[in-house]
Design a binder for this molecule. Structure first.
Ligand SMILES: O=c1[nH]c(=O)c2[nH]c(=O)[nH]c2[nH]1
Length: 297
């Protein structure tokens, strides 16, 4: 008989918006929450018995009920509540993985009454993944679509040249990327104090941006390492950072046909193909646990 391999189930992409009313001042949390459970699920696959199956519909309802009952302090805290609930309340469920995307809203400053108007900020999407097996926690936070550009202090030369190489060496180029990053916390058990999730997120993002701005770059690879190293050096709660950085190429336009000189002023922003630079930066002595392919994480 064929063997049932790894399996998991749950409700994906539960969109939950939680408003907290503080008089006329409102606060918004806007999340996309995916629940994935695993455990004693052989029978549902092999014989069709649903005895151990908590319906995915129930997992969806739990997300909404918890938004009311516990509020949403941070994506990480909310994910921890949910994961703990599924694993500790259902004997057949041995592992819960909660993935969250968070969309940020900024208050619209205006001179009228009330503080209940918001504009979606077009910057990055915050990410969190919480996994719990009844004893150990794994929290990986992250972000995607944080678009950054340096208009100088970037070079790329001295690379391998074979018969197919046509790329001219660059001694002053634009360096631009959409940062996708995940970082793993070394908080793993309830005995340790939990990190302050929001402060940690803000600091990690700031270190990333400062390292991008302050690194005189000889390659996107070098900039990536500088960004990760800065996080590992400054944030003791984090042991591992993984980046996926598309190199958003900007090519100088040849204006000579029009009798114009292009002194690093006019570029064509290409959207594809793009270089894709990916790497993990780790604290010395720790094991790498973030998967190499971030597309589904
Ligand atoms: O920063 C870069 N790294 C590369 O590996 C590479 N390859 C390339 O064509 N351009 C660049 N730029």
């Amino acid at each position: 008989m064929p063997i049932l391999g790894q399996n998991q189930y749950g409700k994906a992409e539960n969109r939950v918006v939680r408003i907290t009313r503080d008089g006329a001042t409102h606060h918004i949390k806007d999340l996309n929450v995916s629940v994935s459970l695993s455990g004693d699920m052989e029978e549902v696959h092999l014989s069709g018995s649903n005895t151990n199956v908590l319906p995915t519909d129930t997992t969806k309802n739990t997300v909404y009920a918890f938004a009311k009952e516990h509020g949403i302090e941070s994506a990480e805290q909310f994910g921890i509540h949910l994961a703990r609930h599924f694993v500790t309340s259902q004997p057949a469920i041995h592992r819960a993985r909660i993935r969250i995307e968070e969309y940020s809203w900024e208050r619209i400053e205006h001179s009228g009454k009330g503080a209940h108007s918001f504009v979606r900020t077009g910057q990055e999407t915050r990410l969190a993944q919480i996994t719990y097996d009844g004893s150990a926690w794994e929290v990986v936070s992250g972000l995607k679509d944080l678009t950054v550009m340096n208009s100088t202090d970037s070079e790329f030369w001295g690379y391998v040249k074979d018969k197919y190489t046509t790329l001219p060496e660059a001694h002053d180029r634009i360096l631009a990327t959409d940062v996708s990053a995940r970082w793993r916390f070394n908080w793993t058990d309830d005995e340790q104090p939990t990190p302050t999730w929001d402060t940690s997120y803000a600091q990690v993002k700031q270190h990333m941006l400062e390292a991008f701005a302050e690194t005189y770059s000889l390659s996107l690879q070098q900039t990536l390492y500088a960004m990760g190293a800065r996080i590992i050096d400054h944030r003791s709660e984090i042991d591992e950072v993984r980046f996926s950085l598309p190199n958003k190429h900007h090519f100088l336009v040849d204006l000579a046909p029009f009798g114009l000189k292009n002194d690093n002023e006019v570029y064509f922003a290409a959207d594809r193909p793009y270089g894709l630079i990916e790497a993990t930066v780790l604290r010395d002595g720790v094991e790498a646990l973030i998967p190499a392919d971030l597309t589904n994480l």
